[in-house]
Design a protein around this ligand. Structure first.
Ligand code: PEP
Length: 266
């Protein structure tokens, strides 16, 4: 059974002092939420400070990006080697990286390979633009992003996929739960074709795009959706805590039902 995951992408927000304050506000209640993996992705410069705060807790850390090379003349870049001791996850291929920093499926593919080589778990973001969605091209776009992004990677359950329709990111216009679950079902099917059914069933697939405490239940109650990548709402302690706590409650209930179904079928 897949363990639910909620990741907070703080983007280019919070000074080191603000990051520390935000973590302190959330840590006790995050720790109490069981049955869900909790991942905070602060800016690079706050990773070490946040790491100290969450040490010994069940809260995990992620970076928001990285270069694919281990070291070298790449001014301003951060390598997988540097992140390996600092965090467990790394967000790769976020639509803002694709849009503002020219990241292509090919570059993202190299980053995924580099992350896995350094035992970092990639949160691989994919999703279509509004005009692609309206033209009925969602599946085509996602299949391309997956086949190119994963072409060099070995099948691994450490990869997390985040389905983030670009028109839903930071816009307040979330997809609806059933729509997102249907697309995520297609992503799982595509994984089974690219790799195999076992990996497709093991790998976690999140929804991302204007998730808040008011709509998280709609997504999480879909068994196909394993969690969420949360942007704006992850900067508000009460919002993020509510998202995590609702996820823990709903996914714990789903797991109990599933276990009962398996027991009944024996
Ligand atoms: C994101 O940054 O990945 C994201 C989904 O942002 P938001 O929740 O603000 O739409």
């Amino acid at each position: 059974m897949r363990i639910a995951l909620i990741a907070g992408n703080w983007k280019m927000n919070t000074t080191a002092a603000e990051a520390t304050k935000l973590v302190r506000e959330m840590l006790d209640r995050l720790e109490e939420a069981t049955g869900v993996e909790k991942v905070l992705c602060p800016p690079f410069v706050s990773l070490a400070a946040v790491r100290e705060l969450v040490k010994g807790s069940s809260v995990k850390l992620g970076a928001q990006n990285m270069h694919f090379e281990a070291k070298g003349a790449y001014t301003g870049e951060i390598s997988p080697l540097m992140l390996a001791g600092l965090c467990e996850f790394v967000i790769l291929g976020h639509s803002e990286r694709r849009q503002y920093f020219g990241e292509t499926d090919h570059i993202i593919g190299k980053k995924i390979v580099a992350a896995l080589r350094n035992r970092l778990k990639p949160i691989f973001c994919i999703g279509e633009k509004l005009e692609e969605n309206e033209a009925g091209r969602t599946k085509e776009i996602i299949a391309r992003q997956m086949s190119q992004g994963l072409s060099k990677a070995k099948p691994s359950p450490d990869i997390v996929i985040a389905y983030e329709p670009i028109w839903a990111i930071g816009t307040g216009r979330a997809a609806d739960g059933e729509q997102a679950a249907a697309t995520i079902g297609f992503i799982r099917y595509t994984l089974s074709r690219l790799w195999n059914e076992n990996v497709a069933q093991e790998l976690r697939i999140l929804y991302g795009g204007s998730v808040t405490s008011s709509n998280i239940a709609e997504f999480i109650s879909q068994p196909e959706i394993d969690g969420a990548l949360v942007g704006g709402a992850s900067l508000n302690a009460q919002e993020f805590l509510s998202i995590v706590e609702q996820t823990a409650a709903i996914k714990t209930k789903q797991s109990a039902i599933r276990r009962q179904q398996i027991a009944d079928s024996k």
